[in-house]
Design a protein around this ligand. Structure first.
Ligand SMILES: [Fe+2]
Length: 223
């Protein structure tokens, strides 16, 4: 029997895709603006670099989870999903991420700003070129079909926990990644995703010790 209140890992991953869709859009919008102006704004420079770093870390962690945990787990349960295609597209995303990471390194060192911005744009354009179709396949053929599998809730919780831990091991730092995920989502999605976080993360760390570390990203995040 289906129960709408049961945990559904598929919904969570569809939400994570929304985080990254916004991340690509906001990054490209600002890169184009900086390129147009011929330089980065001094005021929001640090925040933008942190924003792109967080994006890169979240996307990398997310694809690691899909390749190592989600795809192998659902392979037999949902055999119609074109897993080899998705995995090989992850390789293309990795190439884009490498360009993004090296551009971020140079921007941090404040060398070759214009050249770094061009590399950054090349990396993001690479992601942007296949992102929409890639997540459409994942959302419709995999994540949107998980609820209908009527999995045992205990199994669902187990794979959810395992994949969350694996994501944490392969992304970070938490003081950037967690605010990045939450504040690239609408209020409704943010509430739903924050439900899965311990209280200490959402209240104490996010608005206590961590606030100084992520607040510079604020101009690029949602209210
Ligand atoms: Fe994905």
């Amino acid at each position: 029997m289906q129960n709408e209140n049961q945990p559904d890992i598929g919904e969570e991953y569809i939400r994570l895709h929304k985080v990254m869709s916004r991340g690509i859009k906001v990054s490209l919008f600002n890169i184009n603006k900086f390129l147009n102006d011929g330089l980065m704004e001094k005021l929001n420079r640090e925040g933008f670099i942190s924003y792109v770093q967080s994006f890169s870390s979240v996307l990398h962690g997310h694809h690691m989870v899909e390749d190592e945990k989600i795809f192998p787990y659902f392979k037999d349960k949902l055999p119609e999903v074109p897993y080899p295609r998705l995995v090989s597209e992850h390789e293309i995303f990795n190439e884009g991420l490498q360009q993004i990471n090296s551009a971020v390194d140079n921007l941090t060192k404040e060398t070759d700003e214009l050249e770094s911005l061009i590399t950054l744009k090349t990396g993001f354009d690479k992601l942007d070129g296949i992102w929409a179709t890639h997540i459409q396949i994942e959302n419709t053929q995999l994540y949107g079909k998980i609820r209908d599998l009527n999995m045992d809730p205990e199994d669902m919780i187990k794979i959810e926990k395992e994949s969350k831990e694996f994501f944490q091991e392969n992304s970070g730092p938490g003081y950037l990644v967690i605010p990045f995920v939450l504040y690239n989502l609408s209020l409704e999605d943010r509430r739903a995703i924050a439900n899965g976080f311990p209280d200490a993360v959402t209240s104490k760390l996010l608005f206590g010790d961590w606030k100084d570390k992520w607040i510079s990203m604020k101009p690029f995040l949602l209210e």
